[in-house]
Design a protein around this ligand. Structure first.
Ligand code: FMN
Length: 319
């Protein structure tokens, strides 16, 4: 998620779940090909499986960007056909491409020809005045024709005029039924549903109902433990749960290494604020990190100190 997630966030999420597929934020193909965004490809070896999401609409440029991503070690390249922001519209990327499925298919083919790793697509159910029930099957049919085997569908339209990107993530109504119907029409296509999913229980319901995957954005960012701590066991049927406390312990050496490389504490801890969401002491944890992590010299001891808000609250509860 642009401006929210980065490699530090993905490292944290990977500590909470060994199996979920992680995505980068969207990186535009011109920015990669011209070299300005190469730093966004940096990632830790422990992040896998991790997909690089690209934005663009020029097949040659996307192919080149995909090649750069594959060479950087990503496991999958995902093409963004869902982002509604103005910046993106002006470059003809993102959701506006729901109007040009043949062009998206050309992009996908060019990317597949360029790399050995899988190319997937994230899309909306339509844009503006389009009728999703017509547009989405046509779009998916073109994707299948181009060889796409996995898609993630944000189950709402994007309104390209009049709504801000933020509003476009909340206001257009969700149509999960339409996404479920797509599974009936394209039984061999791996379909993940996205949009408004706020708990692991809800994710499990979608999977039990026949969908192949669930993509969680905001809830995974704001309440990472709720979404990820038990996902390996409950979704993948393997592995053990990882508590938020264990994730914090795993972050301490990572933070040490980041600081040694000249990084700042808050760059990592900003993604950890929601780790204890809903638990006693969560407010103290959040406040200690948000107030202290910007200070010069702040290091892992601040995180350990912040954690005492949680341990003390737990002790007080059991007393
Ligand atoms: C700050 C922010 C940035 C986002 N950036 C991206 C992005 O780079 N690529 C993408 O596919 N979706 C992006 N999204 C959309 C989410 O991936 C997701 O489709 C949307 O928020 C709906 O799912 P959710 O209700 O689980 O969050 C972003 C969302 C937010 C809140």
């Amino acid at each position: 998620m642009m401006d929210w997630t980065d490699r530090h966030c993905r490292y944290l999420h990977r500590l909470l779940s060994a199996h979920v597929l992680l995505y980068t934020e969207m990186v535009t193909s011109p920015a990669l090909v011209r070299g300005g965004a190469l730093h966004l490809l940096d990632h830790h070896g422990d992040e896998h499986p991790v997909a690089l999401q690209l934005g663009g609409s020029d097949p040659t440029e996307l192919a080149q960007a995909a090649r750069i991503g594959a060479a950087a070690g990503y496991d999958e390249i995902n093409l963004n056909v869902g982002c509604p922001s103005d910046r993106v519209q002006s470059g003809t990327f993102g959701a506006v491409l729901m109007r040009q499925p043949a062009l998206v298919a050309d992009c996908v083919r060019a990317m597949q020809d360029a790399v050995d790793i899988e190319v997937t697509v994230k899309c909306r159910i339509g844009v503006d005045e389009q009728n999703p029930a017509d547009v989405l099957p046509e779009f998916l049919s073109q994707m299948v024709g181009a060889g796409v085997e996995r898609v993630a569908i944000h189950a709402r339209k994007a309104w390209l005029q009049g709504l801000s990107p933020k509003e476009n993530r909340d206001i257009p109504p969700l149509d999960y039924d339409l996404v479920r119907q797509m599974k009936g029409l394209f039984p061999n296509l791996h379909i993940s549903v996205n949009g408004g999913i706020t708990s692991l229980e809800q994710a499990v319901e979608f999977l039990d109902g026949g969908l192949d995957g669930v993509m969680v954005g905001r809830a995974a960012y704001h309440q990472p433990s709720d979404i990820l701590s038990t996902a390996d066991r409950r979704i993948y049927g393997t592995g053990t749960d990882t508590s938020a406390e264990q994730a914090v312990a795993g972050m301490l050496p990572y933070i040490e290494a980041h600081l040694t490389e000249g990084g700042r504490l808050h760059q990592v801890t900003r993604h950890m604020l929601g780790l204890f969401a809903g638990r006693p002491g969560a407010r103290g944890w959040r406040r200690a990190l948000s107030e202290g992590a910007h200070r010069d010299g702040a290091g892992p001891e601040l995180v350990e100190q912040a954690l005492t808000h949680i341990t003390q609250a737990a002790q007080a509860q059991s007393a």
